[in-house]
Design a protein around this ligand. Structure first.
Ligand code: ADP
Ligand code: MG
Length: 274
């Protein structure tokens, strides 16, 4: 699906956000990205969803070098990539149905999109997507009357309507409580698996990453620090990954408190007793 070689992103004076990133992601793969804040995860996702052009290096989508894409090809490619964010980017004043149907915007002409605001087009599709995320009864509700968790479900329904080949979820559960976070991560994973979509997720919680993804990429200082199966991600590697960062203490505290760290669906790390 993706192939990156020597990808670098520099933000003017602000410095190097990505440095020599090499990564290959196969079709249908599920990969979690972890690492301290400011390490470059969001920048990497913006490169992957083709909204940010790398300063140097090569990005291939299905074997094609993205640098050579025309505007039309770029638009078509972006339609194949769905994004879910921490702030779900919904329009609160609109009814849920419209926010879900916004998943079609890449495909629709402006006229079609405007017509849909007056008379929603493709309501069945929106209803089906809401059913899949477990809130079919909210189709006609005003979006800002929903709870945070329900709004995040709407954002997931929107990406289902878009029906992309890849879902990039950038800290999709960082603003909800832990039990809801678990539910939403599992939901995204299962929906991606059922529809054989590639799923890449940035996660603040190491616990969720290790417990629910078969491949973990640790990002530090704009580089791939490790790229391993969860069972191979040792406490030492995690300590290195977060060393000296603001997240360091919080992550390691959870880590030392085995009961918390290994709670829920997370499997224990090798060599660490529950
Ligand atoms: N638009 C931007 N302009 C300047 N600097 C940026 C911009 N976006 C990100 N950065 C910088 O790039 C680095 C990586 O940021 P980011 O990708 O957001 O990290 P993460 O998502 O891991 O927290 C940080 O130092 C951040 O300040
Ligand atoms: Mg980020």
């Amino acid at each position: 699906m993706y192939e990156l070689h020597g990808v670098r992103k520099v933000f003017g004076e602000a410095g190097v956000a990505l440095d020599d990133v090499a990564l290959t992601v196969g079709r249908g793969e599920h990969v979690a990205f972890i690492g301290p804040s400011g390490s470059g995860k969001t920048t990497l996702f913006r490169v992957l969803n083709l909204t940010l052009r790398p300063t140097a290096g090569v990005l291939r989508l299905d074997g094609q070098d993205v640098a050579g894409f025309s505007d039309a090809e770029l638009r078509r490619a972006r339609m194949r990539i769905g994004s879910v964010y921490q702030q779900h980017n919904l329009v609160g004043r609109l009814r849920v149905v419209h926010n879900v149907l916004a998943g079609n915007l890449g495909r629709w002409s402006t006229a079609h999109a405007l017509a849909s605001l007056l008379r929603p087009q493709g309501v069945d599709g929106a209803a089906r997507a809401l059913e899949q995320v477990g809130i079919p009864e909210k189709l006609w509700a005003r979006t800002d009357e929903l709870s945070g968790g329900q709004q995040q479900r709407v954002a997931i329904a929107r990406v289902l309507v878009q029906d992309p080949d890849v879902i990039l979820a950038d800290e999709p559960v960082s603003s909800v409580d832990p039990s809801l976070a678990l539910t939403l991560v599992t939901l995204l994973r299962d929906l991606s698996r059922d529809s054989t979509k590639t799923l890449l997720m940035n996660l603040h919680s190491v616990e969720l990453a290790l417990g629910h993804f078969p491949r973990i990429v640790g990002i530090r200082d704009g580089r791939v620090h490790f790229d391993l199966a969860p069972a191979k991600v040792t406490p030492e590697l995690l300590a290195q990954l977060y060393a000296g960062s603001r997240d360091d203490e919080a992550q390691l505290e959870r880590f030392q408190d085995g009961a918390t760290f290994f709670g829920g669906a997370c499997r224990p790390l090798p060599g660490v007793r529950r």
